[in-house]
Ligand binder design. Structure first.
Ligand code: EPZ
Length: 420
């Protein structure tokens, strides 16, 4: 397994491009199963999770071709197997997103039951109950979800107990081909859900309430293929802004936009960052100052995103003052504080709250990544620390950050990848 070697202390200063959003590309690629003809999906990031989703579509017999700009043509016309196998689902839980579209279009779907992961149990009960409300029969047998629908799914009025991004996406993709009207209440409003809905509308779907917590879908008999470009990655954007804030640097990010991460920008402003932005860029400048500690509590969009919590915990570790970080979405997503404390941070854990007392400098150390965003927080810590930090198990990082060491090198970081 590759490692990242980081020599801390360099002040980041430079300009990089933000890639397309992993968490939009994944549901949009799943949605191609709904189309009568080929679809062209552009601005996909070069990430392991995206290649896993493409491998999943291919193993079902779906035609997948990639052009030199990483635009992907997907043609579901050749599908011949309605199974998402354990070998692929175990490497990427988001494979569950093929369940709704496959069932809605073909009336059958067998998807390996996604297990939990480092950050939590990650149940899919709301996905399954919603599909049953639309007339599907669902059985779990030998580790597989076996879903069947005799004829078209039926529109239904569904209230989701918890705000779930994946659950909203799966049920939205099922509803667009259902017979009749579906209302999804307490729906997730994340920008990636909006991006998926916009893609479905471009395919001919009839959806009202996009961006709100109540989606009304009038099912169609068929949807057409289209060309769709996924939105910029707001979490990648927030990660590089937070890295620059942590080291007192300056960074300009292109091909992104402020409206995707306003809660994060407000917290960076509170931390003392000076922010400027245009239609498709955001610039942060700390003017060499140490960040001020901030308090935050994660919650569904438009509140502060859980996917940015670990990065801010790292920034708070060297900030002026004490900041509290409350994680309300996942039961085990403060796991990175133990590795940060090994680097000299002073973080106390009380239930789902981390109390972070800022120290002047962290000390480089060998650390181990446990999940995607925790890995990003360890890279940020390495950039700030005195001496050398070796981040192990960086396959987690490669799932969600395209060319992370190249982008950080462009910003002036002393970072290199070494094969294990
Ligand atoms: C999506 O995961 C993202 N992944 C996650 O990003 C993100 O952290 C999460 O949404 C929250 O924003 C993708 O989009 C591929 P949820 P998802 O269903 O859909 C509970 C990253 O780092 N729940 O919104 O799996 C669940 O336990 C990844 O890029 C149920 O109880 O998250 C959790 O507490 C990590 N029953 C809460 O809802 C269900 O049926 C939110 O989970 C479904 C979810």
């Amino acid at each position: 397994m590759d490692k990242l070697i980081i020599k801390g202390g360099n002040r980041l200063d430079g300009e990089i491009r933000i890639s397309g959003a992993k968490n939009s590309g994944l549901p949009v690629l799943a949605a191609t199963l709904l189309a009568e003809g080929p679809m062209h999906i552009c601005n996909l990031p070069h990430l392991n999770d995206i290649t896993t989703m493409l491998a999943l579509l291919r193993c079902m017999g779906v035609g997948v071709t990639i052009d030199e700009r990483m635009c992907v043509e997907v043609d579901p016309g050749s599908i011949n197997d309605f199974t998402a196998p354990y070998e692929l689902v175990k490497t990427m839980r988001a494979s569950i997103l093929v369940l709704g579209p496959m069932l809605a279009r073909f009336g059958t779907a067998n998807v390996s039951f996604p297990g939990g992961c480092a950050i939590g149990s990650r149940p899919v009960d709301i996905h399954l109950r919603g599909l049953e409300a639309m007339g599907a029969t669902i059985e779990v047998d030998e580790g597989y979800i076996r879903a069947r629908s005799s004829g078209r799914l039926k529109g239904a009025h569904i209230f989701m107990d918890t705000v779930t991004v994946g659950g909203t996406e799966n049920l939205l993709m099922a509803a667009v081909l259902a017979d009749g009207k579906t209302v999804l209440e307490n729906a997730a409003r994340e920008p990636e859900v909006v991006d998926l809905a916009n893609c479905l509308v471009a395919m001919g779907a009839d959806i009202d309430g996009i961006g709100s917590d109540s989606l009304t879908i009038r099912g169609r008999e068929r949807l057409q293929g289209c060309t769709y470009s996924v939105m910029p990655d707001r979490i990648e954007t927030g990660t590089y802004l937070t890295a620059a804030a942590a080291v007192g640097g300056r960074v300009k990010l292109k091909d992104t936009r402020e409206g995707l991460l306003e809660a994060v920008l407000l917290k960076l402003d509170e931390a003392g960052a000076s922010l400027s932005m245009g239609d498709n860029w955001i610039e942060l400048d700390m003017k060499g100052n140490r960040p001020r500690a901030v308090n935050l509590k994660t919650a569904p969009y438009p509140a502060f995103p859980t996917d940015m919590q670990a990065q801010f915990t790292a920034m708070n570790a060297v900030a002026e003052g004490t900041g509290t970080v409350i994680e309300t979405i996942f039961e085990n997503r403060l796991i990175q504080i133990h590795e940060l404390n090994r680097m000299g941070a002073s973080i106390a854990l009380e239930g789902n709250t981390a109390i972070v007392t800022g120290v002047e400098r962290l000390k480089g150390a060998p650390v181990m990544a446990t999940d995607l965003r925790a890995s990003a927080s360890l890279v940020i810590a390495g950039l700030m620390a005195e001496g050398e930090t070796v981040v192990d198990r960086i396959y987690h990082i490669d799932r969600g950050y395209e060319c992370i060491e190249e982008k950080l090198q462009l910003l002036g970081a002393d970072i290199r990848r070494v094969p294990d």
